[in-house]
Each structure stands twice: as structure tokens, then as C-alpha cells.
Design a protein around this ligand. Structure first.
Ligand code: SME
Length: 162
């Protein structure tokens, strides 16, 4: 297992995703426990990009429940269809919110969060989790982040919850 994450300080965001992906594949390839892998992936994304908050919410019945994350404490449960996370789950697509205050129903875990991207994780077409990333800057996420984060979640060995 790689002990150290290597991402060049002068790299663009797109280059960082490209450099990060093989390291994440290597990291999760040597470990089969989902929680361990989600914890390390959240840490790797936080370290590589310095995002304000990075974490996973896992589908449990009709609710998303907080999973491994990096950043300030967060709300633990999000109902289906609620907030940005619940919207990404319901619509089964990546949702980018340039200004969280302009998103109806946004769930504010911290007033420091200004923009957000949520990527759903699908197994056999069914959403089993979401990856939520918050920035303390407005309009911080683009299609580059959507593609990069979608590739990151696709690299994880997901299974459908029992
Ligand atoms: N803002 C999210 C809630 C989770 S926190 O950002 C960590 C939402 O509206 O779903």
C-alpha cells in the first residue's frame, strides 16, 4: 500500500485527479473493507484538493446516513430527496451547486460551505451511497470535478447493501 499521497503542488485540478486516481486504485486494491476504503478516499481527496468537507453518505432504507468523512462534524441523516445529497440520490445523477444559498432545500451543516458537488454511487443501477464535497468558495466545481469524482467512486469496490 502506498504510505504517502503524491500530488504536485503546482498541478491543475484536472492533473490532480489524473495523478490521484492510480494512487486511489492502489490504495483500495489492497484492502477489502468498505469503511477503511471510504475513510482513506475521503482523506486523499481532502489532502489533494484542500476541500472544506469531503465525505460519504450511505443509503440505509429511505435515509442517507453519514459515513467516513474529513472536515467539521456534519448532519448524520438526510431523507430521500432532501438537500443536495438527497436530490443526487433521487435523481441518480451528479449535482453541482455553485451557490448553496440559492439551492432550495439545501441542508446547511456549516455556514462556511458555499458551493457543493454530490456524486451518486450506483451498483447495478441502484444508488447505494453518495460522495459529497463542499467548498468554502462560491462556484468552485465544474465538469472537471464531476468527471474526476465519478472516476474516483468508480474505482471503489462497491457492493449492494444487504
Ligand atoms: N449540504 C448537504 C448536507 C451534507 S453537508 O454538506 C456535509 C445537503 O444539502 O444535502
Amino acid at each position: 500500500m502506498a504510505e504517502e499521497l503524491i500530488v504536485r503542488a503546482d498541478a491543475t485540478r484536472q492533473e490532480r485527479y489524473a495523478e490521484l486516481l492510480p494512487q486511489i486504485r492502489s490504495l483500495v486494491g489492497s484492502e477489502s473493507h468498505l469503511v477503511a476504503n471510504l475513510a482513506n478516499v475521503a482523506a486523499a481527496l481532502k489532502q489533494a484538493f484542500g476541500f472544506f468537507w469531503v465525505g460519504f453518505y450511505l443509503v440505509d432504507g429511505d435515509t442517507l446516513v453519514l459515513g467516513p468523512f474529513q472536515g467539521p462534524i456534519a448532519c448524520t441523516r438526510i431523507p430521500y430527496g432532501k438537500g443536495v445529497c438527497g436530490c443526487a440520490w433521487k435523481e441518480a445523477r451528479t449535482v453541482i451547486v455553485p451557490d448553496v444559498d440559492a439551492f432550495p432545500g439545501h441542508i446547511a451543516c456549516s455556514s462556511a460551505s458555499k458551493s457543493e458537488i454530490v456524486v451518486p454511487v450506483k451498483v447495478d443501477g441502484e444508488v447505494v451511497a453518495v460522495l459529497d464535497v463542499d467548498s468554502d468558495r462560491l462556484d468552485d466545481f465544474t465538469a472537471i470535478d464531476a468527471a474526476g469524482l465519478e472516476a474516483v467512486v468508480a474505482a471503489l469496490p462497491w457492493t449492494r447493501p444487504a
